[in-house]
Write a protein that binds this ligand. Structure first.
Ligand SMILES: *Cc1c(COP(=O)(O)O)cnc(C)c1O
Length: 470
């Protein structure tokens, strides 16, 4: 293209107004906001201009520009937070949104969101009420605690409790419990942000009661115990039980706090999982304060729950940080409905998705695997090797570290595509399907696949493999 050709081409580009007029007459732009169409027109013209200047052959006519604008606009208005299918078998997958809410919680969210509520009104007196009161009685009933308060998440709960109880004082923690949880939550960092002075005791693998004892100074404000959550030290180890720490605290007049992390309200050992101390166990051991998450093993909305002695919780309620960490009404609505189910454990297991998936019997997993296998086999048997593999699922969310839950997976070995390419294509599909690769096979774990998703998985697989085959 000569310079004058380029000049001619640039001059002939349609104007923005003209493109906007055209888009008004085009049905496919009907639901797209004007501001987005305008932005797309600008971008489309910009791309063409660059192409012309770079001597790249570019068709310049209204129809192709309009088509390009439509593609750009669609991309702009595409929802960014979307559903994905979790075929990883990791029940509490932090990257995939942790706990799924139960139906009761969803109904209650809608009920409370669509109408005014008594969130902060005492209906009996007409005076101002306290928002946590919707759930604090229920939490006390289920945990045996004297008092409770709910905040935004457990990281917030730990920060708030430390700041309230132990600001400017030394907090004694075992070296083996100075954990990092998922990216940005590190006990030493939270400690310093809450204004406390960390006093590490013991060693990575062994800490004894006398380590806590000798660490006590005039400025000791708290003994903190942290659930190691996402890792396990094995071998030559020793740690101090909460009970022993509590009696040391009583003798020395130092309060004791436990960050349980996941925190469960039911004894999972009844369902074949390893014993995990329940929140009630920690309360019974005499801890002044116990904190745990609402969206880990509890299976509710994202919250941090603080339970403990009434005086301490009252102090926390008065801390100005509490306001900054408060939960919204939708969360409270979901939490109330989820907690209510725990009054009947059998109902909780059946209706709370996290509990249901974690306690699925191997027989039921096999049934789900069978259905998935048959559905996939019907669609793509000629394009891949499909088989079963008995593997392990992970609970996730820092709960039950190192626990392997026996599961039966469906494995896919495509004939004309690499396993890693299949994994990528499944992830980029709509809805995105997240599987995993093990032993050079694409693995689908039925534990976290919800009823009805088998057909979507199968048709997505078929689309990807058939397209690749052509
Ligand atoms: C997960 C976890 C936290 C953080 O809880 P969030 O609810 O994610 O804020 C804190 N402490 C422990 C021990 C945990 O396992």
């Amino acid at each position: 293209m000569t310079r004058s050709d380029k000049h001619e081409n640039l001059k002939n580009l349609p104007g923005i107004d003209h493109l906007l007029e055209l888009s008004k007459k085009n049905k496919s732009f009907l639901d797209i906001p004007r501001s987005v169409i305008l932005e797309s027109a600008r971008t489309a013209l910009e791309i063409i201009r660059k192409n012309i200047l770079a001597n790249i052959e570019t068709p310049i006519n209204d129809d192709t520009i309009l088509m390009q604008m439509h593609v750009l606009a669609k991309e702009k208005i595409r929802p960014r937070l979307v559903n994905v299918i979790n075929a990883t078998g990791v029940v509490l997958h932090t990257n995939l949104g942790r706990a799924l809410l139960c139906d009761d919680a969803l109904k209650n969210i809608t009920r409370i969101a669509q109408s005014y509520s008594n969130l902060e009104l005492k209906i009996e007196t007409g005076k101002r009420g306290i928002r946590y009161e919707a759930v604090d009685e229920l939490i006390c009933e289920l945990t045996g605690a004297q008092s409770a308060i709910v905040v935004n998440n457990n990281a917030g709960a730990v920060l708030l409790a430390l700041n309230t109880i132990a600001e400017n004082t030394q907090v004694v923690v075992s070296r083996g419990e100075l954990v990092e949880i998922g990216g940005s939550f590190r006990i030493p960092d939270v400690m310093s942000k809450s204004g406390c002075i960390l006093k590490e005791v013991g060693t990575t693998n062994r800490t004894h009661l006398k380590d806590y004892e000798t660490a006590i100074s005039d400025n000791t404000g708290l003994f903190l115990k942290v659930h190691a959550s996402n890792y396990k030290i094995e071998g030559f180890t020793a740690s101090v039980s909460l009970k022993d720490l509590v009696s040391l605290g009583k003798n020395t007049n130092i309060p004791v706090m436990e960050d349980l992390g996941s925190g469960t309200l039911i004894d999972f050992s009844k369902y074949g999982l390893p014993p995990e101390p329940t929140v009630a166990d920690s309360v019974r051991s005499g801890a002044d304060i116990v904190t745990f998450s609402g969206d880990k093993l509890l299976g509710g909305p994202q919250t941090g729950i603080i339970v403990g002695r009434k005086e301490t919780i009252d102090q926390i309620k008065k801390n100005p940080l509490t306001r900054a960490l408060r939960v919204d009404k939708l969360t409270l609505a979901a939490l109330e409905s989820t907690l209510k189910l725990y009054r009947d454990e059998e109902k909780a297991i059946r209706k709370i998705p996290t509990l249901r998936m974690l306690t699925l019997s191997f027989k039921d997993i096999c049934k789900k695997a069978d259905l998935l296998f048959k559905t996939i086999k019907k669609d793509i048997s000629f394009l891949a090797d499909i088989d079963f593999a008995d593997l392990n699922s992970r609970p996730g969310g820092g709960s039950f570290p190192e626990l392997n839950l026996p599961t039966r997976c469906v494995t896919i070995q495509p004939e004309n595509m690499s396993v890693s390419k299949l994994e990528i294509n499944m992830r980029l599909a709509t809805p995105a399907i997240i599987g995993r690769i093990e032993n050079n096979q694409y693995i689908l774990d039925p534990r976290t696949i919800q009823d009805g998703q088998e057909a979507i998985i199968s048709s997505t697989l078929a689309k990807i493999l058939i397209k690749n085959d052509q």
